[in-house]
Structure formats: C-alpha cells, structure tokens
Write a protein that binds this ligand. Structure first.
Ligand SMILES: NC(=O)c1ccc[n+]([C@@H]2O[C@H](COP(=O)([O-])OP(=O)(O)OC[C@H]3O[C@@H](n4cnc5c(N)ncnc54)[C@H](OP(=O)(O)O)[C@@H]3O)[C@@H](O)[C@H]2O)c1
Length: 175
C-alpha cells in the first residue's frame, strides 16, 4: 500500500484531482528505490480512468505490469502494459505477485487496500506525507463502521506517535 497523502489523510482531492502533488519535492533517490523494488502494480478502475490511463507511475520511469480491477472490463480503453482483471481481490493479488517475479506489488487503490487489509494481504502501509490540507477527496482508508486497525512503525515502539509540526503558508489568492 503506497501513497502520497495529505496531512488530513487524502490521496486525491475531489474528482480524483492529483494537483496537490505538483508542488512537492521528495528526497534524492526515493523514486529510484521504489522503481527498483516494484515488480507489479495493482490499481482500481477510478485510478486508471483518472490517472494511469494516460500517464504511468513514477513519471514513466518504472516499467512493468499494471493490473486494474474492474467489474466492467469491456468498456475500458486498452492500454500498453495494462491488464484488466475482473476477479476476487485475493486472486488479483496472486496474479500480480506472480507477475512481480519476487519484487513488491504496489497497491495504488485505497478501495482495494481496504478490501485487502482485513484479508491480511497488505504487508506494509508506505506513505509520504505531503504538506497540504485538502479537506475533501479520496481518503487513504475508508471503512464505514470499521474498527481501529493498530499499526507499528518499523522497529519503533508499537504505540509511539510521530510528531510533525507545520505552519500554514499564507498566500493572497488563498491557493
Ligand atoms: N496519492 C497517491 O499516491 C495515489 C496513488 C495511487 C492512486 N491515487 C488516487 O487514488 C484514487 C483511487 O480512487 P478509488 O480508491 O476511489 O478508486 P479505485 O480503487 O481506483 O477504483 C475503484 C474501482 O475499482 C474497481 N474495483 C475495486 N475493487 C474491485 C474488486 N474487488 N473487483 C472488481 N473491481 C473492483 C471498481 O471499478 P468498476 O466500477 O469498474 O467495477 C471500483 O469502482 C484516484 O484518484 C487515484 O488517482 C493516489
């Protein structure tokens, strides 16, 4: 499970708007690490229709199989490297893992991650916090009526919080 996330927990703004990522910079070598460790990507149809359809992860620097889950593959626009799957979510993971040839499968869909977490099929939740508050959009994790799912951070004490301090950047346009 790998996402850039706003401080208030959104992976995309309203209507799958991803412009919040345009102003961000990442540490040197970060993308290279993921490009090398990723063997396949599993995504959902909304992500495909709104983003992957005409762009590729890591600015096109990563090459590999991308699997897109959808209940209606027949109306999806065929694209290079994309395989549309219409199968149970655990089977989709098996297919992607086989294609990843021992490397990681990155799941690029909060909807699919929410299905995989209770099945124990997510090994790691890997997030990069983007210094912005979006207020609305697609949440990292939505499980209506769900129960807390406690997390551990690498080798850190299981219950330890992470302390971050931000100051709002005041602009005249408000954007
Ligand atoms: N910030 C980041 O780093 C980052 C990274 C990746 C993606 N994103 C964003 O995340 C958002 C993804 O949005 P989302 O979670 O709402 O949508 P999504 O997972 O991309 O798409 C949901 C759709 O996937 C299909 N689907 C999901 N589970 C399925 C299953 N078990 N079987 C068959 N089909 C299934 C369904 O499509 P059908 O309706 O066709 O059946 C469902 O409506 C996008 O805006 C994307 O740009 C952000």
């Amino acid at each position: 499970m790998h996402f850039a996330v706003s401080v208030d927990g959104f992976v995309a703004g309203p209507d799958h708007d991803m412009r919040f990522m345009q102003r961000t910079t990442v540490r040197d070598g970060l993308h290279r690490e993921y490009i090398e460790s990723t063997g396949a990507i599993l995504a959902g149809r909304n992500g495909f229709d709104s983003a992957i359809g005409d762009s590729r992860p890591y600015g096109g620097a990563w090459k590999g199989p991308i699997f897109v889950l959808t209940h209606h593959p027949e109306d999806a626009q065929p694209a290079e490297d994309i395989t549309f799957l219409s199968c149970p979510v655990d089977e989709a993971v098996r297919i992607a893992l086989a294609a990843a040839l021992g490397k990681n499968v990155e799941v690029f869909s909060p909807t699919i991650c929410a299905q995989l977490l209770p099945l124990g099929l997510i090994d790691e939740i890997d997030i990069h916090i983007v210094p912005v508050l979006l207020g609305d959009g697609v949440r990292l994790y939505d499980a209506i009526g769900g129960h807390p799912l406690h997390l551990r951070r690498d080798s850190d004490t299981p219950s330890r919080t992470v302390d971050l301090r931000y100051q709002p950047i005041r602009t005249t346009s408000g954007k």
